[in-house]
Design a protein around this ligand. Structure first.
Ligand SMILES: O=C(O)CCC(=O)C(=O)O
Length: 277
């Protein structure tokens, strides 16, 4: 597959974190440079074990319900790209869990969004991704903006491991540098949307419980197989500038724009006229 840009990506320009005069709340100058050059950064040891255990405890029952639903109602256990006993995507957890909603406003995230998005920022999306023991299939190369086209194209993904993310359990891999092209063309496969067949310059990002893998909506990433005997668990929270819009194409090709401001799950986390305390 050759790398092609998305047809709606006509005039993309990367907004750097390391702008002249930009004060950084959490990133070091070196991390801001890495964010700009490579499209990702690993923040180590920013959450306590108790904080992550509470997040895991809030997610587990919802994920178990979803797994049961897939088994009962899925076609051979499958709905879209979710597959019972292999990989689940439990979405919009903040709408039903005040604990998880509070976690999305953690100072680590509000500082990060200050540094890379600011000044007015909303939660855009949240989901838990559980990769079950002995799942050989990788989650394929994609950009998050390849799933649903959002404008501005550049938003923030924070991939929070709830269990150790290693080469054995299925840690993320990223391709440094390609984020600067903006959104790439994607094709839908059985495993998910794909923008690259292979990526010789990709790097793995192993992460411990307490770390967060931070990357752009435009950073091509994948996760590897889980060859361990444990479920690999991650909670993914994404943030977009206030005013961001989702572009949806109808069957007739007409595009409608929907503002990403559902109060139940796309609430302000920084700035915005009405940000809650
Ligand atoms: O956590 C995973 O295994 C893949 C998740 C991912 O890449 C995504 O949700 O965009």
């Amino acid at each position: 597959m050759t790398v092609r840009t998305h047809p709606r990506n006509t005039s993309f320009a990367w907004r750097p974190a390391s702008r002249p005069g930009a004060e950084l709340a959490i990133l070091t100058a070196e991390q801001a440079r890495q964010w700009d050059d490579d499209g990702f950064v690993l923040l180590e040891g920013v959450f306590g074990a108790d904080e992550i255990a509470a997040v895991e405890a809030a997610i587990d029952p919802a994920e178990a319900e979803l797994e049961a639903f897939l088994r009962e109602h899925g076609e051979d256990g499958r709905i879209f790209i979710a597959r019972a006993d292999e990989i689940t995507f439990t979405t919009h957890l903040v709408a039903r869990s005040p604990e998880l909603a509070a976690f999305t406003r953690h100072p680590v995230f509000t500082s990060l969004v200050h540094d890379v998005i600011g000044p007015d920022v909303r939660l855009y999306w949240d989901q838990a991704v559980y990769k079950k023991p002995r799942t050989e299939a990788p989650f394929p190369w994609h950009q998050d903006n390849g799933y649903t086209f959002v404008e501005p194209q550049q938003y923030l993904t924070c991939w929070v491991p709830l269990t150790p993310a290693t080469l054995e359990t299925g840690c993320p891999w990223v391709v440094p540098g390609l984020h600067r092209l903006g959104t790439l063309a994607h094709e839908l496969t059985d495993l998910g949307f794909v923008c690259l067949d292979d990526a010789p310059s990709a790097v793995p990002v192993e992460a411990a419980v307490g770390d967060v893998v931070v990357f752009s909506s435009l950073t091509p990433h994948c996760t590897g197989p889980n060859r361990s005997e444990r479920t690999r668990k991650a909670y993914i929270v994404q943030y977009a500038p206030d005013g961001a819009e989702i572009l949806r194409e109808g069957k007739d090709g007409a595009v409608t724009r929907v503002r990403a401001d559902d109060p139940a799950r796309q609430y302000p986390v920084l700035g915005c006229a009405v940000a809650p305390g």
